[in-house]
Design a protein around this ligand. Structure first.
Ligand code: CMX
Length: 424
């Protein structure tokens, strides 16, 4: 950990000074107004928080520390976590040190497995993952240091410790959940000589002689890493963490939000939708059949999963990266072909429908086809994979918020009677 801690220790004083000066000079100026519609409409577009790890310009998609995600598709998750935390990509030595650091912290306490074994056999894998993370709260170094008394200036240090512990263990737990929940046999232990993504791919136990599945997992973990601060999971993690709840409390809370069908669960829903389509038309449907299938979904009051976004207004570059991977490695795969065909038809249907502000695919529209191809076919597990990656974003945001001394979050709510009284 020394290397990442040192890199952060060098940067944090400058970041603190910069923010202090910014607030001193411009603290009274406005960056947003809030309309009644926004107050009732999920605060969409309200600028009310800071996140420096990443941003999502509606016309570009994810930038990680100002680098377009499309330019990071050859990186490893270690590169990405280092980048999220420090604003710089690591050199080979720093990357290796982080891989070794994570490998050295990967042991999951035995009581976690007992808790999971005690859960009903049909528990949702997301509930199992979140329960396991919450169960480990007693390991928190932040909670111990806080109880013992520490300076506010040092909060980020045990938060970094907790983050590395948690990040190291999440793939081990996630793979254990997969093997336990879907009766795949014994758990597979992590290896010290493998990277974070390679270990996760191996521990899942999906046959992978060529190493292509491991590469798919590397890409998957890179692409889902972070999506600025206001999405449900990041914001929940930030909110819970703002009460100085430790990383275990904060990340499990954030992941409970990721488990919702309008957020991370959409990848499970999306592949289900694609396979229903495939089943109904015994393969790839005609354009007209696909159009009708999409309209039937909309007319039954459901959303088309994998399409639309609260912020994005273009095709998600993460979808583009998944599609490119699929088209490179298995262009003739029937599910991949379907995903591609849906991309040519559904945006037109959504535009005609006229409700969704963004008719284009999001990250969840393509990821399932890749997993399905490699034999990972238990849809209800897909959001767990998303979670393993998104932990990097939530944890890096938490570390930085602690370092910047972010206060407890407490926006003001108003009553409907108050709103009425304003516009008499
Ligand atoms: N299918 C049908 N209707 C859609 C739609 C879609 N894919 N996307 C948006 N709409 C509808 C909304 O439900 C809303 O309808 P109402 O006015 O009846 O409530 C209307 O269009 C306007 O919504 P919006 O402003 O365009 O989108 P929101 O910011 O409210 O919601 C999101 C964004 C992602 C929840 C929504 O697009 C959606 O439900 N998509 C499908 C689920 C999905 O793919 N989620 C994953 C997002 C990425 C992630 O977090 O993982």
């Amino acid at each position: 950990m020394a290397k990442l801690q040192n890199a952060l220790a060098k940067k944090i004083p400058d970041w603190r000074n910069e923010i202090r000066a910014l607030v001193k000079k411009h603290g009274g100026k406005k960056i947003s107004d809030v309309t009644v519609m926004q107050a009732y409409g999920g605060m969409r577009g309200v600028k009310g928080m800071i996140c420096d790890t990443s941003e999502v310009p509606p016309d570009k998609g994810l930038l990680v520390r100002n680098i377009p995600i499309g330019e990071l598709t050859d990186k490893t998750p270690e590169d990405i976590f280092y980048l999220l935390c420090t604003g710089e990509l690591p050199n080979a030595r720093d990357r290796k040190a982080l891989t070794e650091e994570l490998a050295s912290r990967a042991k999951v306490p035995s009581y976690v497995w007992k808790v999971l074994e005690a859960m009903p056999a049909n528990s949702h894998p997301m509930c199992m993952l979140d329960t396991a993370i919450l169960a480990m709260q007693r390991e928190s170094k932040f909670a111990k240091a806080y109880a013992a008394g520490m300076s506010k200036m040092d909060y980020w240090k045990p938060t970094l410790e907790d983050s590395l512990d948690l990040l190291a263990k999440i793939p081990v737990i996630a793979a254990g959940v997969y093997r336990m929940r879907f009766r795949k046999g014994k758990r597979i232990s992590p290896r010290k000589d493998l990277s974070w993504a390679e270990n996760y791919a191996r521990m899942l136990g999906v046959p992978d002689k060529s190493g292509e599945f491991a590469d798919c997992m590397r890409l998957y973990l890179v692409l889902h890493c972070d999506h600025e601060g206001g999405n449900v999971s990041a914001h929940t993690c930030h909110l819970v963490g703002s009460a100085l709840s430790d990383a275990y409390y904060a990340v499990s809370a954030g992941l409970n939000g990721l488990a919702g069908p309008l957020h991370g669960l959409a990848n499970q829903e999306c592949l289900k939708w694609v396979l229903e389509l495939k089943k109904q038309f015994r393969g790839v449907p005609t354009d007209e059949q696909l159009r009708k299938f999409a309209w039937d979904t909309l007319n039954s009051g459901k959303v088309i999963p994998g399409y639309g976004h609260a912020v994005l207004r273009v095709t998600d570059p993460r979808f583009t990266a998944f599609r490119a991977f699929g088209m490179k490695h298995f262009p003739d795969d029937p599910v991949m072909k379907l995903v591609d065909k849906i991309y040519t038809i559904v945006p037109g249907v959504l535009k005609e429908h006229g409700k969704a502000k963004n008719p284009w695919p999001n990250v969840d529209a393509g990821s399932g086809a890749l997993l399905y191809h490699y034999g990972l076919r238990e849809f209800s597990y897909y959001t767990v994979l998303f979670s393993v990656s998104r932990a990097m974003g939530m944890l890096s945001q938490l570390i930085i918020n602690r370092a910047m001394g972010s206060p407890i979050e407490r926006p003001k709510s108003v009553t409907t009677a108050w709103v009425k009284s304003q516009f008499k």
